[in-house]
Write a protein that binds this ligand. Structure first.
Ligand code: DAH
Length: 341
C-alpha cells in the first residue's frame, strides 16, 4: 500500500497541467470519485488495522496535494483569461452613442438655400456686428428718418469715428457688402441671424433668422422677381400655393412689395394661424433703389436689380407646429432631440 501511495504521489507531482484540457484530464485520473486516489482509499479496509491510521494519513496528504495542484492550475487559468481580454458579457445592452440633431431653423434654412442655389444663386455672409452705415445709410435710410424706427436697434457703440456700431437688424447690409465687393452681374442669397430690440413673446424674439436675396444684371424686371419668388414658393410650400404681391414701402427698394402665400396650414380657407385671412406673409421685396446702387458704386443707368428678404423662423414654427419662438433659442435638449434625422 505504501509503495502504491508513493508511486501515485510521484505521478501526481510529475503531471504537467498546462491548460484547462490537461487539468480536466488530471482530475479524471486522480481526484474524481472513481479516480486513482479514491481507488486507494477503497483498499484501506484491506490494510492491517495496526497500519491503517498511518496509511490513512499518507492517503489524506496525497489527496490534499492533488487538490492543491487542481486549485493552483485553476487559479492560473483564471488569471490568464483575465489578462488576455476582459470577459465579455454579450447579454448586456449596447452602449448608445448620442448623435446631435439639426436645428429646425437650420433645416428650413437648408431647404431655402438648396432651392435658391439650384436656381443659380451664390451664398454670401456678413457680420452680425454691423456699422450703421451698412445697416441704414447706404440702404437709403435718410438720417433721422422714421423708417429707422421700423427696426428697433441694439446699438453697441455710438459716436465713434467709424460711425455707430450695432447688431444688424436685417440681412440687407450684406447686399451692400456684396455690391461694394463684386461687379454685376450679381446673384446671391444672404442667410443669417438678425437682432431687434423688441418685447420678447411667444411670437417675437430679440434674435431671429432672415434670408436675403439680391439679383443685379442688365434689364432685370419685376417680372423676373415674381417668377423667382413663384418658383421658390412652389418648391418650398407646395405646387398649388398661390401668391399675392401687396404694395409696400422699404427705403432700399422702389417699387416695394410684401408677398403672401396661401396659408399652407388651411389651404387658404382661413384658420387660427392665418387669422382667418387665408394668407401668410413670407417676405418683403422690390426693385433695388437707384440710390442704393449709387451708394455701392454700381451705375443704376446700366444695371437694374431686385432684392427680397424673408423670415426663416416663422416658417420653421409653422412647419413643425411649434407655438413659441423662444424654444428655438433656449437649446433645450428635450426640444432639440425631437428633430433627430
Ligand atoms: N430688410 C427687410 C426687413 O428686414 C426685408 C426686406 C424687404 C429685404 C425688401 C429686402 C427687400 O431685400 O427688398 O424687414
Amino acid at each position: 500500500m505504501e509503495t502504491s501511495i508513493q508511486q501515485l504521489q510521484q505521478e501526481i507531482d510529475g503531471y504537467e497541467i498546462r491548460n484547462p484540457k490537461e487539468l480536466e484530464a488530471f482530475k479524471l485520473e486522480f481526484t474524481v470519485r472513481k479516480g486513482k486516489i479514491a481507488g486507494l482509499f477503497s483498499q484501506l479496509k484491506t490494510v492491517d488495522p495496526a497500519d491503517r491510521p498511518r496509511m490513512g494519513q499518507l492517503l489524506n496528504s496525497l489527496k490534499l496535494s492533488a487538490e492543491a495542484r487542481v486549485a493552483d492550475a485553476e487559479a492560473r487559468f483564471a488569471e490568464d483569461t483575465a489578462g488576455a481580454a476582459p470577459a465579455l458579457d454579450l447579454s448586456l445592452p449596447g452602449r448608445r452613442s448620442f448623435l446631435g440633431s439639426e436645428h429646425p431653423v437650420q433645416k428650413v434654412l437648408g431647404d431655402m438655400k438648396r432651392i435658391f442655389t439650384a436656381m443659380g444663386f451664390g451664398i454670401a455672409t456678413g457680420p452680425e456686428l454691423e456699422l450703421d452705415e451698412y445697416n441704414f445709410d447706404r440702404l437709403n435710410f435718410p438720417p433721422n428718418h422714421p423708417a429707422r424706427d421700423m427696426q428697433d436697434t441694439f446699438f453697441i457703440t455710438r459716436g465713434q469715428p467709424e460711425g455707430d456700431v450695432l447688431l444688424r437688424t436685417h440681412t440687407s447690409p450684406v447686399q451692400v457688402r456684396v455690391m461694394l465687393d463684386q461687379k454685376p452681374p450679381i446673384r446671391v442669397i444672404c442667410p443669417g441671424k438678425v437682432y431687434r430690440n423688441e418685447a420678447i413673446s411667444a411670437r417675437s424674439y430679440c434674435v431671429f433668422h432672415q434670408l436675403e436675396g439680391l439679383y443685379i444684371d442688365k434689364n432685370v424686371s419685376f417680372a423676373d422677381l415674381k417668377a423667382t419668388i413663384y418658383s421658390f414658393a412652389r418648391q418650398m410650400f407646395g405646387s398649388d400655393v398661390k401668391l399675392r404681391f401687396r404694395p409696400s414701402f422699404f427705403p432700399f427698394t422702389e417699387p416695394s412689395a410684401e408677398v403672401d402665400v396661401t396659408c399652407y396650414l388651411c389651404g387658404g380657407k382661413g384658420c387660427r394661424v392665418c387669422k382667418k385671412s387665408g394668407w401668410l406673409e413670407i417676405m418683403g421685396c422690390g426693385m433695388v433703389h437707384p440710390n442704393v446702387m449709387k451708394h455701392c458704386g454700381i451705375d443704376p443707368e446700366e444695371w437694374t436689380g431686385y432684392a427680397f428678404g424673408m423670415g426663416v423662423d416663422r416658417t420653421a414654427l409653422l412647419r413643425y407646429k411649434i407655438d413659441d419662438i423662444r424654444l428655438f433659442f433656449e437649446n433645450d435638449v428635450r426640444m432639440l432631440s425631437q428633430f433627430m434625422a
